[in-house]
Ligand binder design. Structure first.
Ligand SMILES: Cc1cc2nc3c(=O)[nH]c(=O)nc-3n(C[C@H](O)[C@H](O)[C@H](O)COP(=O)(O)OP(=O)(O)OC[C@H]3O[C@@H](n4cnc5c(N)ncnc54)[C@H](O)[C@@H]3O)c2cc1C
Length: 322
């Protein structure tokens, strides 16, 4: 028995949540009294032995033409094969964009239970139980599974990566090599120069209170000084003020950054559903009765057009002085 963790990479580089996933796997393995093994798929420019620093004993590398583009079915079949070869009854996957597509496919291919939306380390080894978010993050339940095999799909930023100072051996694997995609990807068009929302540690978000797309310069400037991603409420993207890829909430992307700054957003329940798990919420709204203030850690009652430029200026000064 072992715990296998998918060490996700993109364009040869590990993703932000990779070491979080490794830590999750190492701690789960220690609870189950076994070892944690990492699996990298596709071309990698980084040193996979770094995973040892997060508690993994071994890292397997699976390379080949079939893995040049992410394909949930191909990756799922490969991970299922590697898991079987390593006698892994628990597979850890981070719920990134790709992870969310991968885990259900893997669950079918490995004939394993899928424990999704997991927000903390397992509560118990036997029976295996995990805490998961329900009702769009408004509540939690403890899910207990007695399945012989399971996939744990855990929400990014749920735990912090923990360096252990250990080292991992790295070796190639031939298990999983047989997977071939029936789909040929001709071209990938990727937005460049922006922080992908699900990976952003800080997010500055604007709502209808900003009046129009021409006023988003100040949101982008604040995002730039804070090295943050930009987001918006649903009506804003519905009106084409901002792209739909920035819409957060119940019907948009659910995010969990360390800092979420909501500017001119009322805080409707459907918006909160996608952002309320953020670690620190700052609300800037001219209406002191705006519902968002109830969910805020810090609130500024004021006109966004005055507050945001001043805030950006102060942060610039602070950065210059420190
Ligand atoms: C089924 C369903 C799903 C939905 N899914 C989502 C979703 O995923 N995400 C989402 O966001 N919404 C969603 N909605 C819509 C949601 O109910 C709200 O209508 C929406 O979130 C409101 O957007 P808003 O806060 O930008 O606009 P408004 O509600 O119009 O609020 C604007 C806010 O800006 C403030 N303001 C105005 N001027 C200024 C100023 N100068 N300075 C500072 N503050 C100012 C106002 O006081 C107000 O609080 C959904 C609705 C339904 C029915």
């Amino acid at each position: 028995m072992s715990v296998l963790v998918y060490l996700e990479s993109w364009e040869g580089k590990f993703k932000k949540n990779t070491w979080e996933a490794a830590t999750y796997a190492a701690k789960t393995a220690s609870m189950l009294g076994t070892e944690a093994i990492g699996l990298c798929i596709g071309k990698l420019d980084e040193d996979a032995s770094e995973a040892g620093n997060y508690g993994l004993s071994k890292v397997l590398k699976l390379e080949g033409d079939a893995f040049n583009q992410f394909d949930a079915n191909v990756y799922g079949a490969a991970i299922a094969e590697v898991a079987a070869a390593q006698s892994a009854n628990t597979v850890i996957v981070s719920a990134t964009f790709n992870g969310k597509a991968l885990a259900p496919a893997l669950s079918i291919q490995a004939d394993a239970a899928l424990l999704s939306n997991v927000v903390a380390l397992p509560e118990n080894a036997s029976p295996f139980s995990v805490k998961r978010g329900v009702f769009s993050g408004k509540g939690f339940n403890i899910l207990t599974s007695d399945a012989a095999k399971r996939i744990v799909l855990f929400v990014p930023n749920s735990i912090a990566p923990e360096a252990t100072g250990g080292s991992a051996s790295v070796e190639g694997t031939s298990a999983g090599q047989g997977s071939i995609s029936p789909v040929a990807v001709k071209e990938v068009d990727r937005v460049k120069g922006k922080i992908p929302l699900p990976e952003a540690e800080r997010v500055i978000s604007g709502g209808r209170g900003l009046k129009g797309p021409e006023n988003w310069g100040m949101i982008e400037e604040l995002a730039e000084v804070l090295d943050a991603g930009t987001a918006c409420s649903k009506p804003v993207s519905d009106m084409d003020w901002r792209p739909h890829s920035e819409h957060v909430g119940q019907t948009g992307i659910a995010i969990k950054p360390n800092l979420y700054v909501a500017v001119g957003i009322s805080g409707a329940i459907q918006h909160l559903a996608g952002v309320s798990a953020s670690k620190t919420i700052v609300v800037i709204n001219k209406d002191p009765e705006a519902p968002f203030f109830k969910a805020a850690d810090y609130g500024v009652v004021g006109d966004a057009f005055e507050v945001v430029p001043k805030l950006t200026e102060e942060i610039k000064k602070f950065k210059a002085a420190n």
